[in-house]
Design a protein around this ligand. Sequence first.
Ligand SMILES: [Zn+2]
Length: 420
Amino acid sequence: MIIRSPIVVTMDGSPVNNGAVVVTEDRIVDVGQFDQIRARNSGEIFDLGERAILPGLINAHCHLDYTCLRGKIPPQRSFTDWIRAINAQKSELSPEDYVASIKEGFAEAKRFGTTTIADLTAFPELIPDIPVPIRTWWFAELIDIRAPEHANEIVDSAIESVRSSPEFAASSPVSKRFRRRGIAALQTASWGLAPHALFTASKNLFKRCEEIAEREHVLLTTHLAESREEMEMFREGSGPLYEFLEGIGRPMDDCGNKTPLQVFVGASGSRPLPWIVAHLNELTEGDFGLLQQFNPKFHIVHCPRSHDYFEHSPFELDRVRSLGFNVCLGTDSLASNDTLSLFDEMRAFQKQFPTVSGEEILKMVTANPARALHQENALGKIRSGAFADLIAVPVNGPGLFEEIVAFTGEPWMMMAGRVQ
Ligand SMILES: [Zn+2]
């Protein structure tokens, strides 16, 4: 199929005017100017009219588990109070509620142009019950705060649950045509591990996850340095989060003299591991020195609307970017956000950082998260060999990227080569 568009926004060089994208099976096989594309390809032409075509969007951090909590938790006085509030809500939910919530979340994310999602689920045992309508990285979210002596079993049992999903059991279909060109298969679903945060997952749990990530070549993600209370807990050994966690029996001997980033380095060691780190709002001057030394750098996810909801300290975008960190956007969950639309998220980001260009913002939901997921040639760009996960939005004037960021509504979508 030849998809014709007045502007192909490749995110892999300059946009192509009067362009076209050729799709065979689930892949992009050619991209360029329409006349040249037509001269070297045959097949049905699908004309997008006045719509720009761009890569499908990638949500680098969310929790579809809590889609059903939209509007249920008003902003609290403290991050710790929010944890109490979400725990109270969660105690009312059954496994069936979570399955429905995750399915609803997938549908909403997809409706707003998300074709790939990094989803942290606290219920890996539910994964086999949930068909994925978009490309999904399931991260098993792990907490051992009430049983740190069972860290290894908690990790191993989560992996067993994930692996029992038919999606991971089946061998990935990839046609001979692509095998010959050396393009590896990527299943619609992949998995990874998410020790929840330093304040809920023990050092041993982090270590076990890292061992498995090295052995199985899977990705890791965690929440780090999100709130002022987390900083206070680790650095001062005091504050609401410290008191709350001490009250439920967490050993607090890692608190009182290190920043969260220093504790993370201690827990994680110095091995190069595929970490995607959410938040990183709380950093001291010393932490910036530490960040400079990271090699390779981990990837960072900023969640603009969740950040506003919690009134976290300003995200130091310029400083982390100047140190070479790859910054992506995520929606976080609907327990601290209103929608799963990455267009809404891009606009919230633009309000926080009005000097960042529309093109840079769009990169944070396409090419940048593709890198974080180790898929820089397969996702987030329109290029030959990449997956045909595409969306299209109306454009009619100059300021192409600003117009894309301003888009409200439901875009046209192609998922894995199929018009949706
Ligand atoms: Zn989160």
